[in-house]
Design a protein around this ligand. Structure first.
Ligand code: FMN
Length: 337
């Protein structure tokens, strides 16, 4: 997730992924969440242009691991509900129900152009489509009889899913818009949202939980974080500077432009901060410092109400062992692992 030109940056090939999957599984990590990307962000490195397709990636990882949950990240517009329902049911059967589903309703216009799809300009249409897509998927997972699906986007005859799923897989989505958050409350177990100002996050999470409660739903909130953990703070900050000195800024600017279409209206200092955070770790909450400092920051996420966080590293395979050996024990001693 680091937009870097450094030769030791993460390469998303299978050899690296399977090594990482086994290491995370052995360390007792809960889940792996992939980025689904159809077009990279350009620049010198075409950041994220090489990420692997996530259904096949997750299937092979599930076959290579024992306990960890592995998510597939799926764009509703690019995956037919009947095909997707059967893929996930197949993965659930082969993995003792360790597969999860991350639903993406769409935002990245160049990808939609590459797929030959229109990205609806308004969130109402995106999430109306996503809702019908997921209703169809759920019906395929649970209906014992063939059914005709009579929706706005799909009209089918005698559709059915076999195998069904024994239990609903964990479902997640990431959304900032009111429509995306309403979709999360109605449909998913976990909503992903960036952590920028933890006081604001605290209020946001309490409000989301309250809204879910009113609809008799349960929703947990997750965030994503980027780790630079070193024995001393000085070393961690030096590494941060080294990464910024070697960032692929052209790719970063494309990423910022696409993610924050209205960023020009932001104050300049905030824009600089967002740009730096995007280069370091895709805008994730920064866990930079000694093992104790990193653990303290994770505990502050916990205290703000986050149920968990994903972790990214410049090179996962090289850096995760230090995190595992030095940060996880502190979290365990504090009762949050
Ligand atoms: C942790 C996280 C993971 C995400 N994964 C993907 C992804 O793999 N592919 C993608 O196109 N979008 C991904 N997104 C973007 C979201 O799915 C969503 O479309 C975006 O946050 C826009 O929200 P909105 O629909 O409320 O505007 C991710 C966002 C977050 C925070």
């Amino acid at each position: 997730m680091t937009v870097s030109k450094l030769p030791e940056r993460w390469r998303a090939n299978w050899e690296n992924n399977v090594k990482l999957g086994k290491m995370l599984d052995n360390a007792g990590i809960d889940f792996m969440l992939p980025i689904a990307r159809w077009v990279g962000y350009g620049g010198e490195t075409d950041f994220h242009g090489e990420v692997l397709e996530t259904i096949t990636w997750a299937t092979a990882l599930l076959a290579s691991t024992k306990d960890i949950t592995v998510f597939a990240t799926v764009h509703t517009a690019a995956n037919h509900p009947l095909v997707l329902a059967k893929q996930i049911a197949t993965m659930a059967q082969m993995s003792n129900n360790r597969v999860g589903l991350n639903i993406v309703a769409g935002w990245n216009k160049p990808e939609y152009e590459a797929l030959g799809h229109d990205l609806p300009a308004d969130h109402e249409t995106r999430y109306e489509y996503a809702q019908e897509w997921f209703n169809f998927v759920k019906k395929l997972w649970t209906s014992k009889e063939p059914f005709n699906f009579d929706g706005k986007y799909w009209k089918t005859k005698r559709s059915y899913g076999n195998p069904l799923v024994e239990q609903m897989p964990p479902i997640i989505n990431a959304a900032g818009s009111p429509q995306g958050r309403a979709f999360a409350i109605d449909n998913v177990n976990f909503l992903f949202t960036p952590a920028i100002d933890l006081e604001r996050s605290k209020e946001e999470i309490a409000a989301l939980k309250q809204q879910a409660n009113e609809k008799n739903k349960k929703l947990d909130v997750l965030t994503f974080s980027h780790v630079i953990c070193r024995p001393t703070e000085k070393e961690a900050l030096a590494e941060k500077q080294r990464i910024l000195d070697n960032a692929d800024w052209a790719a970063t600017d494309n990423l910022v432009k696409l993610q924050f279409a209205h960023a020009h209206s932001f104050p300049h200092d905030l824009l600089a901060q967002i740009r730096e955070g995007m280069a370091l770790g895709h805008g994730g909450f920064q866990l930079i410092g000694t093992p104790q400092q990193v653990a303290d920051k994770i505990m502050s996420l916990h205290n703000a109400g986050f149920r968990g966080t994903t972790l990214s590293f410049l090179d996962y395979n090289k850096e995760f062992p230090y995190f595992r050996d030095n940060v996880l024990p502190i979290l365990a001693a504090n009762g949050i692992r």
